[in-house]
Design a protein around this ligand. Structure first.
Ligand code: ADP
Ligand code: MG
Length: 441
């Protein structure tokens, strides 16, 4: 059904915690012409969505309504549930009222089922160290990385491990939004003292997704104080976000600089090897037989993040179950047609020339020239290499696009880049960056 599709899309974009807080409580009402009517359980949620989530909501709705060019969204507050809190900004949504939330730690997220690879080894090692040592090592630990790369998993794993090795330690895990709710709730019930003592009385505080901290100064102020008191008392703090502390928007400077004090560990986008490892580990825990070719295919095609990778695998398994067939490539391609289509990105020679010349501050004509100066010939070789890698063009065709070079020049360029890539780690990194830019653009 349409609304479910929209919800799935939004969840992928904003993550599960935010989804649960803001979108799940919504009820889809009607579409008339291009106006989509959605019911919110409270004014607070309505305001928040209007301030923060409208573009995402609109995009996801239009993506699911191919006939409609643009939508207008009407958010209405459910009048049945209307009470006197409704017009108060502090009216709390239903979902996240759980109190300070050690109980919301998901026991399925452990270190044992976290697959470690180059992109996440630092974050993993830091998390493990914190979970297992009695003394505070680095404070705070700031984990950051794109959606679906394992930040929440690692935080829950820390909480779970601490519960095992030292059940007396008081661990509190909550999302930045929950922190806000708790705080707003305390203000409403005029119990900010209780709020403060509740947080200051713990051993480990984890706050997930701090990019969602509202700009409201009072909340950040409160967090800042809680933060300082805990650190001064040598209590462990773990924070996650989708960006590094310095890149966070809406966060006060002094809070950012505080977050930079400890260890900042980033989780990089997954590599092919890591994706394959994750798939293998997930399959091992199920009863399904999944041939390696299928896992390799998925690891190669679903590159966005681990959440989507898991989703694809689950879908394949569900599909196999449903039609009662073994899992093979044909079945995978059938079960994932729309996902695969969305992932497929066609990179053209023109994209490559534009990206490479821009990156090195050259003109596109430089890439087509015969100039042998290294500052120009090197980027030219790189662009040819990408054309060979990312487009179906033949060597002579590529040569033509670069000012009529012949195929041996292209071959020389490709070999040269491959050689450099092996010899020079710095160069190899640059190549990787460019490749990522091309795939993402
Ligand atoms: P984030 O909080 O960074 O958005 P999550 O921690 O929610 O991402 O991870 C998304 C999903 O991917 C979860 O189901 C998680 O278990 C899984 N996942 C992420 N990284 C790994 C990994 N390295 N090994 C195993 N599962 C992973
Ligand atoms: Mg998360």
């Amino acid at each position: 059904m349409l609304w479910e599709d929209v919800c799935n899309k939004i969840q992928i974009k904003i993550g599960e915690a935010e989804f649960k807080s803001w979108i799940k409580p919504l009820v889809f009402k009607s579409i008339e012409d291009d106006i989509v009517c959605i019911e919110c359980p409270s004014l607070f949620i309505k305001n928040w969505i209007e301030a923060n989530l409208m573009p995402i909501l609109e995009n996801c709705l239009t993506a699911c309504l191919p006939d409609v060019k643009s939508v207008r969204i009407k958010l209405v507050v459910n009048s049945n549930k209307k009470n006197k809190d409704q017009d108060n900004i502090a009216a709390l949504p239903i979902a996240p009222v759980e109190p300070v939330a050690t109980q919301s730690v998901d026991t399925r997220y452990t270190f044992d089922n976290f697959v470690v690879g180059k992109p996440n080894e630092l974050a993993y090692a830091a998390a493990l160290k914190i979970a297992e040592s009695q003394k505070v090592q680095f404070n705070p630990l700031f984990l950051y990385g794109g959606v679906g790369l394992g930040k929440t998993h690692l935080m829950h794993a820390i909480a779970n491990r601490i519960k095992q090795v030292n059940p007396k330690r008081r661990v509190v895990y909550l999302s930045a939004e929950q922190f806000m709710y708790e705080f707003i709730k305390a203000i409403r019930s005029k119990d900010t003292m209780g709020f403060k003592s509740q947080f200051r009385n713990i051993d480990v505080l984890m706050v997930d997704d701090v990019q969602f901290f509202s700009t409201a100064n009072a909340t950040q102020e409160e967090f800042f104080h809680t933060f300082n008191v805990l650190i001064d008392n040598n209590k462990q703090i773990i924070i996650s976000a989708d960006k590094s502390p310095s890149d966070l928007e809406n966060i006060q400077e002094r809070l950012k600089s505080r977050m930079n004090w400890g260890l900042v560990a980033d989780i990089h986008p997954t590599t092919y090897e890591l994706r394959l490892g994750i798939l293998q580990s997930k399959v091992e825990k199920t009863e399904y037989e999944v041939p390696n070719t299928v896992l390799e295919f998925l690891a190669c095609k679903i590159t966005s993040n681990v959440r989507e990778l898991e989703g694809a695998l689950n879908r394949v398994m569900a599909h196999a179950e449903l039609v009662g067939k073994d899992i093979d490539l044909d079945l995978v391609i059938y079960a994932l047609k729309d996902v695969l289509k969305a992932q497929e990105r066609i990179v053209t020679v023109s994209d490559i020339q534009e990206c490479v010349s821009e990156y090195y501050g050259l003109k596109r004509s430089d890439l087509k020239s015969a100039c042998r100066r290294k500052s120009i010939s090197r980027p030219r070789h790189m662009a040819m290499y990408f054309c060979k890698q990312m487009t179906p063009m033949s060597l002579p065709e590529i040569g033509r696009e670069f000012g009529g070079k012949d195929h041996t020049s292209v071959m020389y360029a490709v070999n040269n880049i491959e050689k450099l890539k092996k010899l020079d780690p710095h160069f190899s990194k640059e190549l990787e960056t460019l490749s990522r830019m091309l795939n993402a653009s």
